[in-house]
Design a protein around this ligand. Sequence first.
Ligand SMILES: Cc1cc2nc3c(=O)[nH]c(=O)nc-3n(C[C@H](O)[C@H](O)[C@H](O)COP(=O)(O)OP(=O)(O)OC[C@H]3O[C@@H](n4cnc5c(N)ncnc54)[C@H](O)[C@@H]3O)c2cc1C
Length: 309
Amino acid sequence: MSVMRSLLLAGSQSQWLKEQATRYGFVRRSVQRFMPGEELEDALRAARALEEQGIGTLFTKLGENINERHEAESVTDHYLGVFEKLSQWHLQTEVSVKLTQLGLDIDPDFCYGQVERLILAAPTGSTVWIDMESTQYTDITLDLYRRALRKHSNVGLCLQAYLYRTDDDIAKLLPMAPAIRLVKGAYREPPELAFPKKADVDENFFVLTMKLLGDEARKLGTRYVAATHDAALIRRIQQWTSEQRIPKQDYAFTMLYGIQRGEQARLAKEGHVSKCLIAYGPYWFPWFMRRLAERPANVWFVARNLLSN
Ligand SMILES: Cc1cc2nc3c(=O)[nH]c(=O)nc-3n(C[C@H](O)[C@H](O)[C@H](O)COP(=O)(O)OP(=O)(O)OC[C@H]3O[C@@H](n4cnc5c(N)ncnc54)[C@H](O)[C@@H]3O)c2cc1C
């Protein structure tokens, strides 16, 4: 892991830095590259514009690690309100949630109750996606996902290709017909748990994709989403799926708002299911720092905003 990436990920957990950074206009301006605004209405407007280009959307309200039940309940209530708005706006948008924002640290059973409220209220045909957080939560997140999947089919889980264990986790999930969103992984993890070299993470992403989209997995009813901005990897997946004659409608690509916009539009134009995850809300600091860590060149973009002050 590069020194810069490591520093940025460490900074994402600093309360002091958070208080300093969120005060400055140039930081707030930089954040706008990755989110259309802090309000739900901003996300709804962005979703409408993307839909016009044939790009589907997911929403996530930023925030993590809350410690009070009423805070978790208000996040759930917020998402229930989102479902209502989506129907008013006639949007097919799905939601993606962080379990630590829904009370995982307080009580896993309570958190499950919050997730189930969302699964039950989600619009017909819509999947509720569960984000994957740092490795201290991997087991408990998988447990909660299995519990939900036993009762409901409209729930999906994010898995991280940088973890050695993901191959095994997938093998165990396949008989349950899971919906998996595969990502490289955004947290700071030790070399005992995660591939330290980017090339190995990239290769594992492709190997896991072949597993998730293979004949056996598809026969079992697995749904697969490739959540990456890596254009070379996307082309490799496209080439392999076309050689295997896997219909484009059987899988999807998803990227984050503001990143690789051209690639998102290209995939949609070529008839792929192309989606964009839109984040919004006032608690953007740790999330924004993870976006900087993914591409240290983004730090220069923040610096440019400072200089143009
Ligand atoms: C829809 C979606 C959901 C996600 N959910 C989770 C989750 O639940 N848990 C989790 O751990 N991680 C999640 N991630 C983040 C993921 O783990 C990676 O950290 C992130 O996607 C960067 O990796 P990459 O696959 O894009 O490849 P990289 O190799 O990091 O990037 C490939 C190329 O994409 C572009 N790019 C990538 N990131 C940025 C950026 N921040 N700014 C500008 N350009 C960039 C650059 O051109 C870069 O060269 C999610 C990502 C997406 C797209």
